[in-house]
Write a protein that binds this ligand. Structure first.
Ligand code: ATP
Length: 357
């Protein structure tokens, strides 16, 4: 087991102006489950591949424990990677697939058998060991791919969208299994996904990337409650946080008739006459007074219902989302009144998008 450190790790693909990964500084603790998340093209896979040794590092360093692995070939890094497509060998049985890396490394037969059987037991695939991959379901193949990583007892697991080929229900089951397994094995894990729900439910910490630049690395709770900037605020959480550019007053931000108070010290840091107010859908409180919200769409999810509507605030129309009682959803075309729960709002600078309070 080991920590992982990216030190200003940078990758610029030939012919590209902008780095795919730009001075990434990230420390992943021994035994930690870290999820790299962000939209398509943000540099998640490239970061993981730099750690795996499958991608060059043009600037900066990558360390596993105290070892600088920046220039080591993949096989000398003591990592095991689980890919999106599982990359199983079709002509080999499950047991052979799982034991292959150990065989190449010259491990003796009895030891390979023991480790494969142990991993198969953990993953509940003992009954399939003699089958070929094509005779397995998607979920079983996924577990074989995990098994192949486990038998090697590497210092670090790397996983690149390992659930993307599974259907929605199996994804949820499997993500819980992987998270539990990781905690049991306590092997440092770096996991890539574009799915923020997966990131939030699996990671000890989540690192959000955008255009190759790390935006924030924090626990899921911290990330949800204190997003570092407008991008993270909009990316984490489903449905997204409401983000509105609103006028600043001497006391704070005016949201309809009420003012969301902001301390004087905080206000002093802001040069603009506006700020971006962020309110999560569950923090828009329905009442008899407040900002009128005209209901366009009601999305009923059984346990929750979300209202998508429009509100005029200071002569500007804003699209807003509010969570409402699932059992008594409003009708399309109705007008609700909403206020922002003052202790739950977020404030960002209009020009930089950075969090103010
Ligand atoms: P996705 O979720 O779509 O896989 P990602 O966040 O993993 O995206 P990367 O695959 O790391 O993103 O790509 C980051 C950027 O680098 C993208 O702009 C991509 O087009 C570019 N890129 C990736 N691989 C190469 C390559 N071999 N040559 C040139 N550009 C590349």
């Amino acid at each position: 087991m080991s920590s992982v450190t990216f030190e200003k790790a940078t990758r610029v693909f030939p012919g590209q102006e902008r780095p795919a990964v730009d001075h990434l500084d990230l420390e992943i603790e021994d035994g930690e489950f870290l999820v790299l998340v962000g939209p398509s093209g943000c540099g998640k896979s490239t970061s993981l591949r730099m750690l795996a040794g499958l991608e060059e590092v043009d600037d900066g360093r990558v360390l596993i424990g105290d070892r600088d692995v920046t220039n080591l070939p993949p096989k000398s890094r003591d990592i095991a990677m689980v890919f999106q497509n599982y990359a199983l060998y079709p002509h080999m049985s499950v047991a052979q697939n799982m034991g292959f890396a150990l065989k190449i490394a010259g491990t003796d037969k009895a030891e390979i058998k023991k480790r494969v059987e142990e991993a198969a037991k953990i993953l509940d695939i003992s009954d399939y060991l003699e089958r070929k991959p094509k005779a397995l379901s998607g979920g079983q193949r996924q577990r074989v791919a995990m098994g192949r990583a486990i038998v090697r007892s590497p210092e670090v697991f790397l996983m690149d969208e390992p659930l993307s080929n599974l259907d929605a229900k199996l994804r949820v089951e499997t993500r819980n299994q992987i998270a539990q397994l990781q905690r049991r094995l306590a092997t440092t894990t770096v996991y890539v996904t574009h799915d923020q729900v997966e990131a939030m439910t699996m990671g000890d910490r989540v690192a959000v990337l955008r255009d190759g630049v790390l935006q924030q690395c924090a626990s899921p709770r911290e990330m949800y409650d204190h997003p570092a900037n407008v991008f993270v605020a909009g990316f984490i959480g489903s449905p997204s946080m409401n983000l509105m550019t609103l006028p600043l007053t001497d006391d704070g931000v005016r949201f309809g008739d009420s003012v969301v108070n902001v301390s004087r010290d905080t206000l002093k840091q802001v040069s603009d006459s506006t700020a971006v107010l962020g309110v999560r859908p569950e923090d828009l409180v329905l009442g008899d007074s407040g900002v009128p919200l005209e209901v366009d769409v009601v999305e009923e999810l059984g346990s929750d219902a979300f209202v998508y509507g429009r509100a005029m605030i200071d002569d500007v129309e804003h699209s807003l989302i509010a969570r409402v009682e699932a059992r008594t959803p409003p009708a399309k075309g109705a007008t609700l009144h909403v206020q922002a729960a003052p202790e739950r709002v977020h404030l960002f600078a209009t020009d930089t998008g950075e969090r103010i309070s």
